[in-house]
Structures are given as C-alpha cells and as structure tokens.
Design a protein around this ligand. Structure first.
Ligand code: DXP
Ligand SMILES: NCC(=O)COP(=O)(O)O
Length: 249
C-alpha cells in the first residue's frame, strides 16, 4: 500500500500574523518547523483577496523549504502568471468566492472544462504537478480526467462539517461518497489526495481508504498548535493517519 503523505497547510499562521499587520508569526517558520516534525510537504493558498498568505510568503516558502510546495490558487490568469514565476512543485486549483469564510465546495470542473484544459496544460508543460480540488462526484472525476489533471484532491469539507454538527446519518452518506469517489478517481488513473476540515479522528478515518496518497491539513493543526505546539500536533496527526492506514481494507 502506498505511504500516506501529510501536507501541512500554513494559511492560518498567516491569518494570525495579519491580525496585527506585523511580521509574526511567520508562516515560513511554521513550515520549517512542520517539515522538521515530519510533514511531507507544505500547502499554502494564495487567495485573490490575500486574506492570509501573501505573495511574498509564497516566494519565501518556495525559496527556503526543503520539501514540496503545494500552491493552492484560483484558476485565473493572474494566479497562473504568479505560479509560473514561482514554479512550485505543485499547484492545486481551488474555487474562490470573495465573501466565503472558507473554501466552499469543489471546483466546478464540468462548467470550466474547456477553460481548464489549456490552463492545466500550461502548468504541466512548466513541470508543475496539477491537482484539482473537487467534490467526490463521478462527473467531477470524469471531467478532471478529461482535463488531464494528474491529481485530484477530494474535498472532505461536507463530511467533516456533518461530523462537527453531529449529523451522523449525513456524515455516513458523505463518507460513502468519498469512498466511492476515491476508488473511481483511482480507477480513472488519477492520483488521489483529500483535504479540508480534517482533524485527528477524520484523518484517521479517511486514511483507511487505500487509494488516498496525500492529506492536506491546516486549520485544525494550527489550532491545536496553540495548545500543544506544532510539532506535537503533527506527531499526533501522524499517529492518527498511521492508525487509519493500518485499518485500510
Ligand atoms: C482549499 C482548501 O481547502 C484550503 O486551502 C482552504 O482553502 C484553507 O484556506 P481557507 O481557510 O482560507 O479556505
Ligand atoms: N486543501 C485542504 C487544505 O489545504 C487544508 O484545509 P484545512 O485543513 O485548513 O481545512
């Protein structure tokens, strides 16, 4: 079974930094500590409104971290230019709505299919691994395969929210969607990642799906770091992921 990589998203270190407008806490320092603690990669989301990660953060991350950088961005010409200039290891195309509190839903790859084909091809030509942040639906997975994005990251937000509000029946339905979507994406030749809203328990659960090879986790880890420190939070997350992987069917 393939090893399960942990991508640590440092967006919300920047949220805390931006609360005062100064240089601290620095998302780069968090990224270096996360790597020291065992992160397999660093994820950062350069939003169009720059509410947390700024352009300079992304450039410093690319220049100074020793593990792959996964650059999350909207599929716009401005972001494409920035990504081609920075040349991260990977780009994950995500939907963005100005007024959203956090990423809501997956990228509408069916409606944007024709626009995304040349967009993705340009990043692939530049040697960037492209993933599409999508809902675990058959239509989205088929569109991602048609767009020739080698990776899909399945949005776990609906499942994690159902767990958070205690809607067990909905959570089970959403997990079943993720289970089917993971298997179908692998069947369609996509590398399968997952992320959004994951905590120790949900990360353990999702790690039991053998086709998933990477989890991207941020908000929960940064929150936990306030109480136990980032290294310990990552250590505990790794324990949870390893436990889930050992349960994989
Ligand atoms: C795409 C994704 O799920 C995360 O990167 C998320 O976007 C974190 O950033 P926000 O909390 O600003 O949505
Ligand atoms: N793509 C998901 C990600 O990078 C982290 O999402 P979250 O754990 O901050 O919700």
């Amino acid at each position: 079974m393939p090893p399960l990589r942990l991508g640590v998203n440092v967006d919300h270190v920047a949220t805390l930094r931006n609360a005062r407008g100064g240089p601290r806490p620095d998302p780069l320092r968090a990224a270096l500590l996360a790597i020291e603690a065992g992160a397999d990669g660093i994820t950062a989301h350069l939003r169009e409104d720059r509410r947390h990660i700024h352009d300079d953060d992304m450039a410093r991350l690319k220049a100074q971290i020793t593990k792959p950088l996964n650059f999350e961005m909207a599929a716009t010409e401005q972001m494409l230019d920035i990504a081609l200039a920075i040349k991260p290891h990977a780009v994950c195309l995500v939907p963005e709505k100005r007024t959203e509190r956090t990423t809501e839903g997956g990228l509408d790859v069916v409606a944007a299919h024709d626009y995304l084909i040349p967009f993705v091809a340009e990043l692939v030509r530049a040697g960037v691994r492209v993933s599409l942040f999508i809902e675990p639906s058959a239509e989205a997975i088929e569109a991602a395969a048609s767009i020739k994005a080698p990776v899909v990251e399945l949005h776990t937000g609906a499942w994690c929210h159902a767990l958070e509000v205690g809607d067990t029946a909905l959570a089970e339905r959403e997990f079943e969607r993720l289970k089917l979507g993971t298997a179908y994406a692998a069947e369609k030749g996509r590398e399968v990642h997952a992320g959004h809203g994951l905590d120790y328990e949900s990360a353990r659960r999702i790690a039991s799906l053998p086709q998933i090879v990477e989890l991207n986790i941020g908000h929960f880890l940064i929150g936990e770091a306030v109480f136990v420190g980032l290294a310990e939070a990552i250590r505990l997350m790794r324990v949870a992921m390893d436990a889930g992987r050992s349960e994989a069917g």
